[in-house]
Write a protein that binds this ligand. Sequence first.
Ligand code: HAM
Length: 406
Amino acid sequence: MPDLFPQDLERWHIFESKLSEVFYSFDIHEIRTPLLEPTELFARSVGNSSDIINKELYSFLDRNKDSISLRPEGSASIIRAIIQKKQEHEKHKLWYQGPMFRYERPQKGRFRQFHQVGVEYLGFEEGVAEYELISMVLQINKSIGISDYTIKINHLGDAKAKESFCKSLVSFLSPHIEKLHEKDQARLKSNPLRVLDSKEQSTQELLQSGPKFQDFISNESKNFLQNLVNTYSNHCNILIDQTLVRGLDYYTGVVFEAVSKGLGAQDAFLGGGRYDKLSNQLGGKDMHAIGFAIGIERIVELLNIKNIKSPKKVGFIVTAKQADQKTYKIADDLRSTNKTIILDTFLNDGSLKSQLRRANKNNCTHVIIIGEEELKNNQMIWKDLSEVGKQELLSSKEVIEKYINF
Ligand code: HAM
Protein backbone atom coordinates (compact mmCIF):
# COMPACT_ATOMS: atom_id res chain seq x y z
CA MET A 1 0.00 0.00 0.00
CA PRO A 2 2.21 2.83 -1.25
CA ASP A 3 2.38 6.37 0.11
CA LEU A 4 1.80 9.10 -2.44
CA PHE A 5 4.11 12.10 -2.17
CA PRO A 6 3.56 15.53 -3.81
CA GLN A 7 5.87 14.65 -6.72
CA ASP A 8 3.84 11.46 -7.38
CA LEU A 9 0.56 13.34 -7.17
CA GLU A 10 1.50 15.95 -9.77
CA ARG A 11 0.48 13.50 -12.50
CA TRP A 12 -2.66 12.55 -10.60
CA HIS A 13 -3.77 16.18 -10.46
CA ILE A 14 -3.24 16.69 -14.18
CA PHE A 15 -5.24 13.53 -14.85
CA GLU A 16 -8.02 14.57 -12.45
CA SER A 17 -8.37 18.05 -13.89
CA LYS A 18 -8.54 16.76 -17.49
CA LEU A 19 -10.98 14.09 -16.41
CA SER A 20 -13.31 16.55 -14.73
CA GLU A 21 -13.51 18.52 -18.00
CA VAL A 22 -14.51 15.35 -19.86
CA PHE A 23 -17.07 14.38 -17.19
CA TYR A 24 -18.49 17.90 -17.22
CA SER A 25 -19.00 17.74 -20.98
CA PHE A 26 -20.87 14.42 -20.64
CA ASP A 27 -23.05 15.84 -17.83
CA ILE A 28 -22.31 13.03 -15.38
CA HIS A 29 -22.45 13.49 -11.64
CA GLU A 30 -20.35 12.31 -8.73
CA ILE A 31 -21.52 9.78 -6.15
CA ARG A 32 -19.61 8.81 -2.97
CA THR A 33 -20.20 5.55 -1.16
CA PRO A 34 -18.49 4.16 1.98
CA LEU A 35 -15.21 2.26 1.91
CA LEU A 36 -16.74 -0.43 4.14
CA GLU A 37 -19.68 -2.60 3.10
CA PRO A 38 -21.23 -5.85 4.36
CA THR A 39 -19.13 -8.73 2.98
CA GLU A 40 -22.31 -10.27 1.59
CA LEU A 41 -22.68 -7.41 -0.90
CA PHE A 42 -19.48 -8.42 -2.68
CA ALA A 43 -20.13 -12.16 -2.41
CA ARG A 44 -23.51 -11.63 -4.13
CA SER A 45 -22.21 -9.31 -6.84
CA VAL A 46 -18.57 -9.89 -7.72
CA GLY A 47 -19.25 -13.62 -7.23
CA ASN A 48 -18.32 -16.35 -4.76
CA SER A 49 -16.15 -18.13 -7.28
CA SER A 50 -14.16 -15.05 -8.32
CA ASP A 51 -10.54 -14.53 -7.20
CA ILE A 52 -11.61 -11.31 -5.51
CA ILE A 53 -13.99 -13.06 -3.12
CA ASN A 54 -11.96 -16.25 -2.72
CA LYS A 55 -8.65 -14.77 -1.78
CA GLU A 56 -8.49 -11.01 -2.12
CA LEU A 57 -11.16 -9.51 0.12
CA TYR A 58 -10.07 -7.65 3.26
CA SER A 59 -12.80 -8.84 5.65
CA PHE A 60 -13.22 -8.71 9.39
CA LEU A 61 -15.90 -9.00 12.05
CA ASP A 62 -16.97 -5.70 13.57
CA ARG A 63 -17.89 -5.25 17.25
CA ASN A 64 -21.32 -6.61 16.50
CA LYS A 65 -19.75 -9.73 14.90
CA ASP A 66 -21.05 -8.68 11.46
CA SER A 67 -18.72 -9.46 8.56
CA ILE A 68 -17.52 -6.24 6.94
CA SER A 69 -15.20 -5.78 3.97
CA LEU A 70 -13.10 -3.02 2.48
CA ARG A 71 -14.52 -2.46 -1.00
CA PRO A 72 -12.56 -4.23 -3.77
CA GLU A 73 -14.41 -2.24 -6.49
CA GLY A 74 -17.14 0.39 -6.82
CA SER A 75 -20.03 -0.91 -8.97
CA ALA A 76 -21.65 -3.15 -6.31
CA SER A 77 -21.80 -0.30 -3.77
CA ILE A 78 -23.41 2.02 -6.30
CA ILE A 79 -26.12 -0.46 -7.21
CA ARG A 80 -26.68 -1.07 -3.47
CA ALA A 81 -27.04 2.68 -2.89
CA ILE A 82 -29.54 3.14 -5.75
CA ILE A 83 -31.64 0.17 -4.56
CA GLN A 84 -31.59 1.53 -1.00
CA LYS A 85 -32.89 4.90 -2.30
CA LYS A 86 -35.49 3.07 -4.42
CA GLN A 87 -34.30 4.82 -7.59
CA GLU A 88 -33.96 1.83 -9.90
CA HIS A 89 -36.62 3.20 -12.28
CA GLU A 90 -34.69 6.45 -12.85
CA LYS A 91 -31.81 7.08 -15.22
CA HIS A 92 -28.43 7.86 -13.69
CA LYS A 93 -25.09 8.91 -15.15
CA LEU A 94 -22.63 8.69 -12.29
CA TRP A 95 -18.91 8.83 -11.61
CA TYR A 96 -16.93 8.03 -8.48
CA GLN A 97 -13.38 7.78 -7.35
CA GLY A 98 -11.41 6.52 -4.41
CA PRO A 99 -9.31 3.73 -2.95
CA MET A 100 -10.15 0.05 -3.51
CA PHE A 101 -8.58 -2.88 -1.68
CA ARG A 102 -7.57 -6.33 -2.93
CA TYR A 103 -5.21 -8.73 -1.19
CA GLU A 104 -3.27 -9.52 -4.36
CA ARG A 105 0.39 -10.40 -4.72
CA PRO A 106 1.98 -6.94 -5.07
CA GLN A 107 4.06 -6.32 -8.19
CA LYS A 108 4.68 -3.48 -10.63
CA GLY A 109 1.30 -1.86 -11.28
CA ARG A 110 -0.52 -4.12 -8.81
CA PHE A 111 -1.20 -2.88 -5.31
CA ARG A 112 -3.28 -3.94 -2.34
CA GLN A 113 -4.66 -0.44 -2.02
CA PHE A 114 -5.15 1.17 -5.40
CA HIS A 115 -7.40 3.91 -6.74
CA GLN A 116 -10.12 3.83 -9.34
CA VAL A 117 -12.20 6.40 -11.15
CA GLY A 118 -15.37 4.75 -12.35
CA VAL A 119 -18.37 5.66 -14.47
CA GLU A 120 -21.75 3.93 -14.24
CA TYR A 121 -24.70 4.53 -16.59
CA LEU A 122 -27.85 3.10 -15.00
CA GLY A 123 -31.23 2.65 -16.70
CA PHE A 124 -29.94 2.53 -20.30
CA GLU A 125 -30.46 -0.65 -22.29
CA GLU A 126 -27.94 -2.07 -24.77
CA GLY A 127 -27.40 0.44 -27.56
CA VAL A 128 -26.37 4.06 -27.35
CA ALA A 129 -24.85 3.72 -23.86
CA GLU A 130 -22.14 1.37 -25.18
CA TYR A 131 -21.25 3.93 -27.85
CA GLU A 132 -21.24 6.79 -25.40
CA LEU A 133 -18.95 5.00 -22.94
CA ILE A 134 -16.43 3.97 -25.60
CA SER A 135 -16.46 7.58 -26.86
CA MET A 136 -15.81 8.75 -23.30
CA VAL A 137 -12.86 6.37 -22.95
CA LEU A 138 -11.39 7.73 -26.19
CA GLN A 139 -11.87 11.33 -25.06
CA ILE A 140 -10.25 10.67 -21.68
CA ASN A 141 -7.23 9.06 -23.32
CA LYS A 142 -6.94 11.86 -25.86
CA SER A 143 -7.21 14.57 -23.21
CA ILE A 144 -4.13 13.23 -21.43
CA GLY A 145 -2.14 12.36 -24.52
CA ILE A 146 -2.43 8.55 -24.44
CA SER A 147 -2.40 7.15 -27.95
CA ASP A 148 -0.55 3.84 -27.70
CA TYR A 149 -3.28 1.53 -26.43
CA THR A 150 -5.72 -1.16 -27.57
CA ILE A 151 -9.33 -1.63 -26.62
CA LYS A 152 -10.23 -5.31 -26.37
CA ILE A 153 -13.94 -5.95 -26.57
CA ASN A 154 -16.25 -8.96 -26.42
CA HIS A 155 -19.94 -9.80 -26.10
CA LEU A 156 -20.88 -12.36 -23.45
CA GLY A 157 -24.52 -12.64 -24.58
CA ASP A 158 -27.26 -12.86 -21.99
CA ALA A 159 -27.05 -14.90 -18.78
CA LYS A 160 -28.31 -18.01 -20.60
CA ALA A 161 -25.72 -17.76 -23.38
CA LYS A 162 -23.00 -17.30 -20.78
CA GLU A 163 -24.16 -20.42 -18.94
CA SER A 164 -24.34 -22.59 -22.10
CA PHE A 165 -20.91 -21.43 -23.18
CA CYS A 166 -19.58 -22.22 -19.72
CA LYS A 167 -21.03 -25.76 -19.83
CA SER A 168 -19.59 -26.36 -23.28
CA LEU A 169 -16.17 -25.11 -22.14
CA VAL A 170 -16.21 -27.49 -19.16
CA SER A 171 -17.11 -30.48 -21.33
CA PHE A 172 -14.38 -29.53 -23.80
CA LEU A 173 -11.65 -29.02 -21.18
CA SER A 174 -12.50 -31.83 -18.73
CA PRO A 175 -11.03 -34.69 -20.82
CA HIS A 176 -7.80 -32.63 -21.10
CA ILE A 177 -7.58 -31.66 -17.44
CA GLU A 178 -4.18 -33.36 -17.02
CA LYS A 179 -2.70 -31.10 -19.69
CA LEU A 180 -3.73 -27.97 -17.84
CA HIS A 181 -1.51 -26.07 -15.42
CA GLU A 182 -2.41 -26.58 -11.74
CA LYS A 183 -3.85 -23.06 -11.56
CA ASP A 184 -6.08 -23.67 -14.57
CA GLN A 185 -7.24 -27.02 -13.16
CA ALA A 186 -8.42 -25.14 -10.07
CA ARG A 187 -10.10 -22.47 -12.21
CA LEU A 188 -11.87 -25.14 -14.25
CA LYS A 189 -13.48 -26.35 -11.05
CA SER A 190 -14.25 -23.02 -9.37
CA ASN A 191 -14.81 -20.55 -12.24
CA PRO A 192 -14.35 -22.16 -15.68
CA LEU A 193 -14.62 -18.92 -17.67
CA ARG A 194 -11.44 -17.68 -16.00
CA VAL A 195 -9.49 -20.44 -17.81
CA LEU A 196 -9.88 -18.25 -20.91
CA ASP A 197 -7.73 -15.61 -19.18
CA SER A 198 -4.91 -18.09 -18.54
CA LYS A 199 -1.38 -16.87 -19.19
CA GLU A 200 -0.23 -20.50 -19.81
CA GLN A 201 0.73 -21.06 -23.43
CA SER A 202 -0.34 -24.75 -23.38
CA THR A 203 -3.82 -23.74 -22.12
CA GLN A 204 -4.13 -21.07 -24.80
CA GLU A 205 -3.10 -23.61 -27.48
CA LEU A 206 -5.74 -26.05 -26.25
CA LEU A 207 -8.37 -23.32 -26.24
CA GLN A 208 -7.72 -22.63 -29.92
CA SER A 209 -9.82 -25.68 -30.78
CA GLY A 210 -12.33 -25.13 -27.97
CA PRO A 211 -15.80 -23.55 -28.08
CA LYS A 212 -16.01 -19.86 -29.03
CA PHE A 213 -18.27 -17.32 -27.33
CA GLN A 214 -19.44 -16.03 -30.69
CA ASP A 215 -21.15 -19.39 -31.39
CA PHE A 216 -23.34 -18.98 -28.32
CA ILE A 217 -24.58 -15.44 -28.70
CA SER A 218 -27.39 -14.22 -30.97
CA ASN A 219 -26.76 -12.73 -34.41
CA GLU A 220 -28.11 -9.48 -33.04
CA SER A 221 -25.41 -9.40 -30.35
CA LYS A 222 -22.73 -10.35 -32.88
CA ASN A 223 -23.81 -7.55 -35.22
CA PHE A 224 -23.98 -5.06 -32.37
CA LEU A 225 -20.42 -5.89 -31.37
CA GLN A 226 -19.15 -5.71 -34.93
CA ASN A 227 -20.84 -2.34 -35.51
CA LEU A 228 -19.25 -0.96 -32.35
CA VAL A 229 -15.83 -2.07 -33.53
CA ASN A 230 -16.41 -0.68 -37.04
CA THR A 231 -17.46 2.69 -35.62
CA TYR A 232 -14.31 3.17 -33.58
CA SER A 233 -11.71 1.37 -35.66
CA ASN A 234 -10.79 4.60 -37.46
CA HIS A 235 -10.21 6.37 -34.15
CA CYS A 236 -8.31 3.82 -32.06
CA ASN A 237 -6.93 0.33 -32.01
CA ILE A 238 -10.02 -1.75 -31.16
CA LEU A 239 -10.36 -5.50 -31.60
CA ILE A 240 -12.73 -8.32 -30.69
CA ASP A 241 -11.11 -10.66 -28.16
CA GLN A 242 -13.17 -13.80 -27.69
CA THR A 243 -11.21 -14.78 -24.62
CA LEU A 244 -12.11 -11.58 -22.76
CA VAL A 245 -14.51 -12.53 -19.94
CA ARG A 246 -13.33 -10.22 -17.09
CA GLY A 247 -12.78 -11.34 -13.53
CA LEU A 248 -16.07 -10.27 -11.99
CA ASP A 249 -19.10 -12.55 -12.31
CA TYR A 250 -21.76 -9.91 -12.82
CA TYR A 251 -21.13 -9.14 -16.50
CA THR A 252 -23.42 -10.02 -19.40
CA GLY A 253 -23.42 -8.31 -22.81
CA VAL A 254 -20.55 -6.14 -23.95
CA VAL A 255 -17.31 -6.20 -21.92
CA PHE A 256 -14.14 -4.26 -22.67
CA GLU A 257 -10.66 -3.48 -21.43
CA ALA A 258 -8.03 -0.92 -22.47
CA VAL A 259 -4.47 -2.23 -22.43
CA SER A 260 -1.11 -0.64 -23.13
CA LYS A 261 2.23 -2.37 -23.71
CA GLY A 262 3.92 0.48 -21.83
CA LEU A 263 2.64 -0.96 -18.55
CA GLY A 264 4.37 -4.37 -18.60
CA ALA A 265 2.60 -7.46 -17.24
CA GLN A 266 -0.29 -5.54 -15.60
CA ASP A 267 -1.27 -3.93 -18.87
CA ALA A 268 -4.99 -3.17 -18.32
CA PHE A 269 -5.56 0.43 -17.25
CA LEU A 270 -9.31 0.35 -17.64
CA GLY A 271 -12.04 -2.29 -17.66
CA GLY A 272 -15.79 -2.46 -17.74
CA GLY A 273 -18.94 -3.78 -19.30
CA ARG A 274 -22.67 -4.32 -18.99
CA TYR A 275 -24.15 -5.88 -15.87
CA ASP A 276 -27.94 -5.72 -16.29
CA LYS A 277 -28.65 -8.51 -13.79
CA LEU A 278 -26.89 -7.06 -10.76
CA SER A 279 -29.77 -4.96 -9.43
CA ASN A 280 -32.04 -8.05 -9.40
CA GLN A 281 -29.30 -10.16 -7.88
CA LEU A 282 -29.00 -7.69 -5.00
CA GLY A 283 -32.76 -7.64 -4.34
CA GLY A 284 -33.59 -4.54 -6.40
CA LYS A 285 -35.90 -4.02 -9.37
CA ASP A 286 -34.74 -4.59 -12.97
CA MET A 287 -32.21 -1.94 -13.92
CA HIS A 288 -29.93 -1.79 -16.93
CA ALA A 289 -26.35 -0.99 -16.01
CA ILE A 290 -23.08 -0.48 -17.80
CA GLY A 291 -19.85 1.16 -16.73
CA PHE A 292 -16.09 1.06 -16.51
CA ALA A 293 -13.34 1.84 -14.04
CA ILE A 294 -9.87 3.25 -14.63
CA GLY A 295 -6.92 2.19 -12.47
CA ILE A 296 -5.41 5.58 -11.60
CA GLU A 297 -1.94 4.26 -10.66
CA ARG A 298 -1.76 2.64 -14.10
CA ILE A 299 -3.19 5.43 -16.26
CA VAL A 300 -0.93 8.11 -14.75
CA GLU A 301 2.07 5.99 -15.77
CA LEU A 302 0.96 6.50 -19.38
CA LEU A 303 0.20 10.18 -19.10
CA ASN A 304 2.12 12.19 -21.66
CA ILE A 305 3.10 15.26 -19.70
CA LYS A 306 5.23 16.63 -22.52
CA ASN A 307 2.04 17.52 -24.43
CA ILE A 308 0.39 19.13 -21.44
CA LYS A 309 0.93 22.83 -20.88
CA SER A 310 2.38 23.37 -17.42
CA PRO A 311 0.85 26.15 -15.31
CA LYS A 312 2.65 29.49 -15.01
CA LYS A 313 4.63 29.84 -11.81
CA VAL A 314 6.00 33.02 -10.27
CA GLY A 315 8.25 33.07 -7.20
CA PHE A 316 7.57 35.66 -4.49
CA ILE A 317 10.82 36.64 -2.81
CA VAL A 318 10.88 38.92 0.21
CA THR A 319 14.18 39.93 1.76
CA ALA A 320 12.90 42.97 3.67
CA LYS A 321 12.77 42.34 7.40
CA GLN A 322 9.58 42.81 9.44
CA ALA A 323 7.55 43.26 6.31
CA ASP A 324 5.13 40.43 6.95
CA GLN A 325 1.80 42.24 7.09
CA LYS A 326 2.46 44.37 4.04
CA THR A 327 3.95 41.61 1.88
CA TYR A 328 1.20 39.12 2.73
CA LYS A 329 -1.29 41.71 1.52
CA ILE A 330 0.66 42.10 -1.76
CA ALA A 331 0.69 38.32 -2.24
CA ASP A 332 -3.04 38.21 -1.49
CA ASP A 333 -3.78 40.96 -4.04
CA LEU A 334 -1.71 39.20 -6.70
CA ARG A 335 -3.41 35.86 -6.13
CA SER A 336 -6.88 37.36 -6.34
CA THR A 337 -6.14 39.19 -9.60
CA ASN A 338 -5.05 36.12 -11.57
CA LYS A 339 -5.88 32.66 -10.26
CA THR A 340 -4.31 30.84 -13.21
CA ILE A 341 -0.81 31.64 -11.92
CA ILE A 342 0.91 29.74 -9.12
CA LEU A 343 2.48 32.26 -6.73
CA ASP A 344 5.20 30.35 -4.92
CA THR A 345 6.08 32.19 -1.70
CA PHE A 346 9.26 31.42 0.19
CA LEU A 347 8.02 32.93 3.48
CA ASN A 348 10.95 35.35 3.89
CA ASP A 349 13.13 32.31 4.54
CA GLY A 350 16.80 32.79 3.58
CA SER A 351 18.95 35.20 1.59
CA LEU A 352 18.04 36.51 -1.87
CA LYS A 353 20.46 33.97 -3.37
CA SER A 354 18.94 30.99 -1.60
CA GLN A 355 15.37 32.07 -2.39
CA LEU A 356 16.34 32.49 -6.07
CA ARG A 357 17.83 29.00 -6.00
CA ARG A 358 14.55 27.63 -4.66
CA ALA A 359 12.56 29.51 -7.31
CA ASN A 360 14.70 27.89 -10.02
CA LYS A 361 14.38 24.47 -8.42
CA ASN A 362 10.58 24.86 -8.22
CA ASN A 363 10.40 25.72 -11.96
CA CYS A 364 9.34 29.36 -11.54
CA THR A 365 9.78 31.26 -14.83
CA HIS A 366 9.70 34.69 -13.13
CA VAL A 367 10.12 36.11 -9.63
CA ILE A 368 8.92 39.19 -7.81
CA ILE A 369 11.54 40.52 -5.38
CA ILE A 370 10.78 42.86 -2.48
CA GLY A 371 13.75 44.18 -0.49
CA GLU A 372 13.95 46.97 2.14
CA GLU A 373 14.26 49.73 -0.48
CA GLU A 374 11.44 48.44 -2.65
CA LEU A 375 9.14 48.07 0.32
CA LYS A 376 9.82 51.64 1.43
CA ASN A 377 9.14 53.01 -2.10
CA ASN A 378 6.13 50.84 -2.86
CA GLN A 379 8.04 49.13 -5.66
CA MET A 380 8.97 45.57 -6.67
CA ILE A 381 11.50 43.91 -8.95
CA TRP A 382 10.05 41.76 -11.72
CA LYS A 383 12.74 39.30 -12.83
CA ASP A 384 12.70 36.92 -15.78
CA LEU A 385 14.64 33.79 -14.75
CA SER A 386 15.10 32.57 -18.31
CA GLU A 387 17.49 35.43 -19.17
CA VAL A 388 20.43 36.46 -16.99
CA GLY A 389 20.14 40.06 -15.84
CA LYS A 390 16.67 40.65 -17.27
CA GLN A 391 14.78 42.52 -14.58
CA GLU A 392 12.70 45.68 -14.14
CA LEU A 393 11.97 47.89 -11.16
CA LEU A 394 8.23 48.57 -11.20
CA SER A 395 5.63 50.21 -9.02
CA SER A 396 3.19 47.92 -7.18
CA LYS A 397 0.47 49.00 -9.60
CA GLU A 398 2.61 48.07 -12.61
CA VAL A 399 3.40 44.65 -11.16
CA ILE A 400 -0.30 43.97 -10.61
CA GLU A 401 -0.96 45.00 -14.25
CA LYS A 402 1.80 42.66 -15.45
CA TYR A 403 0.47 39.84 -13.28
CA ILE A 404 -3.10 40.21 -14.60
CA ASN A 405 -1.90 39.97 -18.20
CA PHE A 406 0.86 37.39 -17.61
P1 HAM B 1 -11.54 -4.27 -12.75
O1 HAM B 1 -11.10 -4.71 -14.11
O2 HAM B 1 -11.45 -5.26 -11.66
O3 HAM B 1 -13.03 -3.75 -12.89
O4 HAM B 1 -10.70 -2.98 -12.32
C1 HAM B 1 -10.63 -1.85 -13.17
C2 HAM B 1 -9.20 -1.34 -13.26
O5 HAM B 1 -8.67 -1.13 -11.95
C3 HAM B 1 -8.24 -2.33 -13.89
O6 HAM B 1 -8.28 -2.25 -15.30
C4 HAM B 1 -6.90 -1.84 -13.35
O7 HAM B 1 -6.43 -0.74 -14.11
C5 HAM B 1 -7.26 -1.35 -11.96
N1 HAM B 1 -6.87 -2.34 -10.94
C6 HAM B 1 -7.53 -3.46 -10.56
N2 HAM B 1 -6.86 -4.12 -9.60
C7 HAM B 1 -5.74 -3.39 -9.34
C8 HAM B 1 -4.62 -3.52 -8.43
N3 HAM B 1 -4.54 -4.52 -7.55
N4 HAM B 1 -3.66 -2.58 -8.45
C9 HAM B 1 -3.71 -1.52 -9.32
N5 HAM B 1 -4.74 -1.35 -10.19
C10 HAM B 1 -5.74 -2.26 -10.20
C11 HAM B 1 -13.77 -3.26 -11.87
O8 HAM B 1 -13.35 -3.00 -10.77
C12 HAM B 1 -15.21 -2.99 -12.25
N6 HAM B 1 -15.93 -2.50 -11.08
C13 HAM B 1 -15.25 -1.98 -13.38
C14 HAM B 1 -16.67 -1.66 -13.81
C15 HAM B 1 -17.36 -0.56 -13.52
N7 HAM B 1 -17.43 -2.47 -14.52
C16 HAM B 1 -18.61 -1.89 -14.68
N8 HAM B 1 -18.58 -0.73 -14.07
